[in-house]
Structure formats: C-alpha cells, structure tokens
Design a protein around this ligand. Structure first.
Ligand code: SAM
Length: 227
C-alpha cells in the first residue's frame, strides 16, 4: 500500500517550504496538483522534476479513483493545492475522504506548513484565547446576508478570505452592520505584505484612496464586539 501525503506549500514566498515538504516532494512518484503550472514554478525553484497530474475542484471526484489505484499499486503520492494547506478553502478534502473510504489501511499523512489563516492570525495581535471562527470565502449570493448577520453577533473573532475584486464590497457591507473592529492582512509573505486595522469604514476609505493596494490577496478578521 502506498502513501498519500497532503503537502502544504508557500502562500507567496517560495522559501516557505518545510524541509519535510521538500523531501516528500523529492521522494514521491507523482504529484497531483490543483494547477500543475503553479506547482511547476515551485518545483523549478528547488530543481525537482516529477510527473504532474491535475486534480482540482472539478476533477477531484474522478481523479480520486486514479489516486486510489496508484496507492493500491504501492506508489508515493503527493497532493498540493495552489497555495497553503490543501483542504483549507481549497480542494483536498474529497480526495482524502474517498481514499480513506476505499483504502482504510492506506497511510494518509499531513505535511503541515503555511496557511494564510494562521499566518494572518499570528501577526494580527488579536487575543484568540476565547477561540475564533473561520468561514473561508463568504458565498456571493445565497446565505451571504445571514452570515453577515451572524458575524455582527459573534462574540469571538471571525476570519474570512477575500479576493481583490470583492474586498471593497465586503468592507462596505461590514461598515453597514456595525462591527467594531476589522483587521485586513494583505499579501502575506510577499514584498507588499501589510496589516491594516480600524473600522470597516476607515479601511474602505483607505483602499479607495490607495487603489494599488486593492491588488493581492486578503485575510479579513472581524471583531464585532471588541471594546
Ligand atoms: N489553502 C490556502 C490556505 O491554506 O491559506 C487558501 C486558498 S484560498 C483559494 C485563497 C485565499 O487565501 C485568498 O483569496 C486569500 O483570501 C487567502 N490568501 C492566500 N494567500 C494569501 C496571502 N499571501 N496573503 C493574504 N491572503 C492570502
């Protein structure tokens, strides 16, 4: 029986790859990746040459069958998403569930590493001893208003992922639901990494005034009840 390694990869800075992740990539038979072009850049940085197969949200169910067959043949298989930890707002969970179900004895190992979630929280300066809620991306339409209401009522910080084209809309919505404090961590591990905090209205005004900073990737932490 082979091994399926779920490997966390950098969220921007290619040096953020653990020694164990590097060794696992170097020793595997095949890498299944959310996007083979993205992982190709990482492999080239470390001069690794491996067969690549695509396994994204669309092909996850079907490709899981190939992975199961290869594990039965004893292969060492790596799964990587485009950035950070697979399964965290990324494909990976269905693959793991199918392998677990089909091959209960197969070794499925986590090779932990970067995630925008933990990176943002580690520099947000927010007390998390009471816990936090991670919602990933809010739905664009159905259920969005209900979740925004829940966020406004939450007694613990709520963490969201957001894309550059929607960050202004999100801040606009947050400013209308009376949350007391918002922290935005942008471009983590990259040259333009920054953490901004204030009211949603202040952050919205900041991004409106500095339109170049709307590029990039964002983690948004909302403290509805901060005093
Ligand atoms: N699996 C990834 C992880 O472990 O963080 C998350 C993948 S999700 C598709 C992508 C979202 O994560 C982005 O839209 C952004 O909200 C957040 N993200 C990823 N990289 C980031 C970075 N360098 N800085 C800030 N946020 C980032």
């Amino acid at each position: 029986m082979g091994t399926l390694s779920i490997v966390a990869t950098p969220i921007g800075n290619l040096e953020d790859l653990t020694f164990r992740a590097l060794r696992t990539l170097a020793e595997c038979d095949v890498i299944y990746a959310e996007d083979t072009r993205v992982i190709a850049k990482l492999l080239s940085r470390y001069d690794l040459h491996k067969p690549l197969q695509r396994l994204d949200a669309m092909t996850e169910a079907e490709r899981s069958g190939d992975v199961i067959a290869r594990l039965e043949a004893g292969e060492k298989i790596v799964y990587v998403s485009d950035a950070g930890t697979p399964g965290i707002s990324d494909p990976g969970a269905r693959l793991v569930a199918r392998v677990r179900e089909a091959l209960p004895k197969a070794m499925i190992e986590a090779i932990p590493g970067p995630s925008a979630l933990t990176a943002a929280l580690s520099i947000a300066g927010i007390d998390l001893t009471g816990g936090f809620t991670f919602l990933g991306f809010l739905p664009h339409k159905k259920g969005r208003q209900t979740l925004l209401k829940k966020i406004a009522e939450s007694e613990i910080p709520v963490v969201l992922y957001e894309s550059p084209h929607r960050i202004e809309k999100l801040l606009e919505e947050l400013s209308s639901i009376d949350v007391s404090h918002v922290t935005v961590a942008r471009e983590l591990t990259k040259v333009h990494e920054e953490v901004l905090s204030g009211t949603a209205a202040e952050l919205k005004a900041h991004f409106a005034a500095h339109s170049s900073t709307i590029r990039g990737e964002f983690v948004v932490i909302i403290e509805a009840q901060r005093r």
